[in-house]
Design a protein around this ligand. Structure first.
Ligand code: ADP
Ligand code: MG
Length: 593
């Protein structure tokens, strides 16, 4: 078969351009990406071989080899994993299959052009994967043979990372893939064993496969005065720990290792806010390592976004986006769950029905909620630590490090968390405690229902809130007038999801939630007798006027009444108790309902 030239999918060409221009300051991540692909390929082989042991051919030990050739200026990453057929090489290395790719590209090169560093951040989140090789290489050759295919059905894929790539059929005895990077002039530093080992140690220590490099030894110059050099010995040594991070005891793992592991599974450049690593024993046994990211991914609102938790069974990778393991409203959580009890050949369908999976999911949700509760508890430590006697408690370094993290989390993911009120009835109360809102006393979303309750006025019987599109609209609503006058705090809810979520929450800790825009607001004991009497008298006096207004508005309004809720404004619209709020009605109208 002769060579064929193919064009990259338009998005790939765009991405390649951006990769080489904006990831420059973070060059070394290419090795993490390529080693992680090699490791994925071995995971896939192991998984397929569960049903067809013949795929191992005569090489049952899965491994990754990293080698370099100083003279040729190439760096090669070889694995004996699943490999690629010609068609797979064309499809997988020429297009991006990820959902939201188009979206992502328009965010990068759309109207508001991102700065180079913002682009770098975004690309990092998106995960440039294989294409990161072009940060350091001006040409990449991939040679591969898929497990199970004949030696004559190998493929060579070559590209200089511009608009197109070439593909030809080759003879390849060894199963799996070699990625050969032809390094740019400014990437010579990677032709150095010590340097490569450093990077592998930093990014790939947690990979469960052995990563091998050829040993070198010092050789003196042949003749007097000639310089010595490191020469290859032909022996290979394992340069990573080669045990999956989550299988190691907690005490042997440093914070930095946890963070690097997070970065490698999430493609995030930033360290996570917090994590939790546990071995759970009981009805079902599993290990969980769960992370809360610091920043929302660009596709947080994408409905078919993949879940962030990887499923392993007895250390064998099973699937990437196991949505059965985490509810939608915790879709930002990243991590690994390794079960000792599930069958290795577990399918997505089986996952949905498995009792073990249900237990794992419940346990994982609880774990995430406790992580959040812990952050929330330490969010405002300074204020809390100052005791009534004016003596400041000693705050541990660990607790200090948590200060401000919950606010940071909430700004990124608070709106998603609220979805849980409608999705996870069993944990509704715990979730309600984690919610924060702006209020008439705070412009930032920092007021929890519990804070609100603690500040309630003597005689106040409800938690009052208002929903609106913006904070300004909420704050200036005429419906707040009487509350302002009486100094009653009102929660200001301005997230699109608030209205919907609050349908599922009728009270907090026994105190009912009451929209100030619904029905006849009953201020109960907060209203004094004189006011009540005045209102009744006014109602009597205005009876004829009300009758006329009612008649005039009969198609538009259900009722017209005299109110005590206004102070300065002459009139306002309210919704019947139990009726759809004006905000929700508008939302549904927007959605075309
Ligand atoms: P991702 O790993 O997120 O899928 P990448 O850009 O890293 O994205 O890789 C794209 C695809 O190319 C992979 O999904 C896989 O199908 C294929 N691929 C890359 N490297 C290898 C490899 N070493 N062996 C087999 N397939 C590979
Ligand atoms: Mg990858």
């Amino acid at each position: 078969m002769s060579k064929h030239t193919h064009s990259f999918q338009a998005e790939v060409a765009q991405l390649l351009h951006l990769v080489t221009h904006s990831l420059y300051s973070n060059k070394e991540i290419f090795l993490r990406e390529l080693v992680s692909n090699a490791s994925d390929a071995c995971d896939k082989l192991r998984f397929e071989a569960l049903n067809d042991a013949g795929l191992y051919e005569d090489q049952p030990n899965l491994e990754v080899r990293v080698s370099f050739d100083k003279a040729a200026r190439t760096l090669t990453i070889t694995d004996n994993g699943i490999g690629m057929s010609t068609q797979e090489a064309i499809d997988h290395l020429g297009t991006i299959a990820k959902s939201g790719t188009k979206d992502f590209m328009s965010r990068l090169s759309g109207d508001q052009k991102a700065t180079a560093s913002e682009q770098g951040q975004l690309i990092g989140q998106f995960g440039v994967g294989f294409y990161s090789g072009f940060i350091v290489a001006d040409k990449i050759t991939v040679e591969s043979r898929r497990a199970g295919l004949a030696a004559g059905e190998g493929v060579r894929w070559t590209s200089a990372g511009a608009g197109d790539f070439e593909v030809e059929q080759i003879e390849r005895k060894q199963r799996g893939t070699s990625v050969i990077l032809h390094l740019r002039d400014d990437a010579e530093e990677y032709l150095n064993a010590w340097q490569l080992k450093q990077i592998i140690g930093k990014y790939s220590d947690h990979i469960s496969l052995p990563i091998l490099m050829e040993k070198e030894e010092w050789k003196e110059g042949e003749k007097e005065g000639e310089p010595g050099a490191m020469v290859k010995t032909g022996d290979w040594e394992t340069v990573n720990k080669a045990s999956a991070l989550w299988t190691r005891p907690k005490k042997d793992i440093t914070a930095e290792q946890y963070q690097e592991f997070y970065k490698s599974i999430s493609h995030d450049f930033e360290p996570p806010l917090t994590w939790s690593h546990n071995r759970v024993e009981g009805n079902t046994e599993y290990t969980q390592l769960l992370y809360i990211p610091a920043k929302a991914p660009f596709d947080l609102w994408n409905r078919d976004k993949k879940a962030g938790v990887k499923l392993y069974v007895k250390r064998v990778f099973i699937m990437d986006d196991a949505e059965a393991l985490m509810p939608q409203y915790l879709r930002f959580v990243k991590g690994v769950i390794d079960s000792s009890d599930l069958p290795l050949n577990v399918s997505r369908e089986l996952l949905q029905e498995s009792r073990d999976v249900r237990l794992i999911r419940d346990g994982s949700v609880k774990r995430v909620l406790s992580m959040l509760e812990d952050l929330a508890k330490h969010d405002r430590h300074e204020a809390a630590a100052e005791g009534a006697d004016g003596v400041t408690d000693v705050v541990s370094e660990e607790d200090k490090a948590k200060e401000g993290k919950y606010s940071q989390f909430y700004a990124e993911f608070g709106a998603v968390l609220k979805e849980g009120l409608g999705e996870d009835f069993a944990n509704r109360e715990r979730l309600a405690k984690l919610l924060r809102f702006a209020s008439t006393t705070s412009d930032t979303p920092s007021v929890g229902f519990a804070d609100y309750k603690a500040r309630m006025k003597e005689g106040q019987e409800a938690i009052y809130y208002i929903t609106a599109d913006t904070l300004a609209a909420a704050k200036n609503s005429p419906q707040l007038e009487v509350f302002k006058k009486k100094g009653i705090e009102v929660l200001l809810m301005t997230d699109r999801v608030d209205e919907w979520a609050l349908n599922y929450l009728h009270d907090f800790d026994g105190t009912p939630l009451q929209s100030v825009a619904k029905g006849a607001v009953d201020l109960g004991k907060l209203q004094d007798e004189a006011e009540k009497k005045a209102a009744e008298e006014a109602a009597e006096q205005f009876k004829p006027v009300l009758a006329k207004l009612k008649e005039a508005l009969k198609d538009k309004a259900e009722d017209v009444r005299v109110t005590t809720r206004l102070v300065d404004s002459p009139a306002c619209l309210v919704v019947q108790d139990g009726g759809m709020s004006t905000q929700l009605a508008r939302l549904l109208k927007q959605a075309g309902q």
